[in-house]
Design a protein around this ligand. Structure first.
Ligand SMILES: [Zn+2]
Length: 166
């Protein structure tokens, strides 16, 4: 993705308070982030590990989501596959990330959840920069196809958080 500045990242959040967006800890200095290898920027808050953030370029501009991570109880875990990069994990390596919906709907307490790699490093998994612990089902898709699939899933989730009719 095209690099973003710190100011763009902080201004992008659609589902948290301005105070939270202003105060959150970025994963690294923006000039140290490997932008060309990313489809989205996502990280766990080092000071509050249940908090996570995801920022991407979307039709409507840069969109940032504030997320809450939960480790679902095993009995209730419906999937151990990441809903973005489709990497299959052992149960501890996938987490349920919930996003408060944007606008009034979120203020009313509505959230949306997605199972994602617990470390949020989907972009590294699809590029083979990071190997999952678990053997993966065989797939004959190219890197470009994987990226397109991840982007489609991500943008659908962002649209849903934004309240677009999809
Ligand atoms: Zn993933």
């Amino acid at each position: 993705m095209e690099p973003l500045t710190e100011a763009e990242i902080r201004a992008s959040f659609v589902n948290c308070s301005k105070g939270e967006a202003k105060g959150l800890t970025l994963p690294a200095r923006t000039e140290e982030i490997p932008w060309p290898d990313l489809d989205f920027l996502a990280w766990r808050d080092p000071r509050a590990v249940q908090r996570a953030y995801l920022v991407t370029r979307h039709d409507s501009g840069v969109v940032g989501l504030s997320l809450r991570a939960t480790q679902p109880p095993k009995s209730r875990l419906r999937s151990n596959m990441c809903g973005l990069c489709m990497t299959t994990h052992g149960l501890v390596d996938v987490a349920l990330f919930s996003a408060r919906r944007a606008g009034q709907s979120g203020k009313d307490g509505n959230t949306l959840g997605l199972y994602v790699c617990a470390n949020l490093r989907c972009c590294d998994y699809i590029r083979g920069k990071l190997k999952p612990e678990t053997p993966q089902p065989r797939e004959t898709v190219t890197l470009d196809e994987r990226i397109a699939r991840l982007e489609a899933k991500l943008h659908r989730f962002v649209d849903q958080v934004l309240g677009a009719r999809v």
